[in-house]
Design a binder for this molecule. Sequence first.
Ligand code: SF4
Length: 165
Amino acid sequence: MKKLPFYASGLKFSCKRCSSCCRYDAGFVFLSENDMNSLASALKIDTNVLLNLYCRWVTDFRGEEVLSLKEKSNKDCILWGVCGCTVYDSRPLQCVTFPFWESIVSSCENWELAASGCPGINQGKLHTKNEINENMKMRDQQPIIKREAFKSGIEKRSFRSTGGE
Ligand code: SF4
């Protein structure tokens, strides 16, 4: 019989808007094609401009080069503004689905480790097992852009031109 995940009874999380996951520390915000299109629309720029001005290639834990947002010299996310996230309604899937990432909910230890850096974890709304699994499924459906795949498919990119001004 398949073992139930440690979160079979659900997990509590409500964001406290403390912003510590968006600023102060170095980190990666990985991007999918859907994220690129949504961000370009929100910023009213072309996806190629977005790529050049706001994105960088970084090496993930598997040693693969993948696309991430840049960060400012003070380590704030490049899309952080004086009033908070400047693209909140179009923020990347990684931000939308936090903390229900496979790497975090893979074990109780990883969940508690994440809780040590996020005051919203283990507080507030109870999210069911199905909701948590749905979050992870979204990541599977919207994979992070890998540099190798990007280079090989560069001439048939499906990035949408937003006709930015
Ligand atoms: S660290 Fe947690 S509580 Fe703070 S903004 Fe990020 S998700 Fe919200």
